[in-house]
Design a protein around this ligand. Sequence first.
Ligand code: FNR
Length: 184
Amino acid sequence: MRILGVSGSLRAASFNSALLRAAADLAPDGVTVEPYGLHDLPLFNADVEADGDPPAVTAWKDAIRAADGILFACPEYNAGITGVLKNAIDWASRGDPAPLTGQVACIVGASPGMTGSARAQDQLRLILRRTLTHVAPIGEILVFQAHTKIEDGQLKDERTTALLGSHFQRFVDEVRERRGRARA
Ligand code: FNR
C-alpha cells in the first residue's frame, strides 16, 4: 500500500513534515509513506490551466492517482490551512475525474500553540468534502505545543508517537476496506 504524505508547510524544520516522517517509521509492514513536496507547484490560475497543466501540476495529479491514500499533515496559519496546501488542493480538484475524487485521506497536524492546528484541520475536512475526498472517520491527531514534542525534526514524545501509530493503523484499515469494497 502506497500512502502519499503531504505536508502543508514548506519549512525545512516543519513540525508537520516531521509528523509525516514519524508516520512513515510507524507504518505497518507492506505500507509505505512517500513524502510529496509542494515546493514546485505554481499558484493556481485558470488561464494557465486552460493552456494545459504545467509539468509540476501533472506530476502532483499523477502522484495522487497512483497512491492508495493521502496522509495530510496540516499546519495552521491564521486559523486556517496554509495557502500552500489550499493551492495544491485547488489544482488537484480539477479534471474529470479530478484526482482527489474518491481518494481516501487522513489528517494530522501540529502547532506550537495549544490547539494543535484544530481549526485548520476542521477547515481541511470541509474543503476535502467539497472535493469528494473521503476523510477517514478515525478521530483527530492534534499535536499541541509541538516544539516540546518534536526535536531536530524527530517526534520524541512517546504518548504522541503511540497515538500517531494507532491513528495511522486505523487509516490503513480504512483504506483497505474502501479499496476492497471498490474491487468487490
Ligand atoms: C502561524 N502559526 C499559528 N499557529 C496556530 O496554532 N494558529 C494560528 O492561527 C497560527 N497562525 C500563524 C500564521 C502565520 C502566518 C504563521 C507563519 C504561523 C504558527 C504555526 O503553527 C507555526 O509556525 C508552525 O510551526 C507551522 O507549521 P510547521 O511549518 O512547523 O509545519
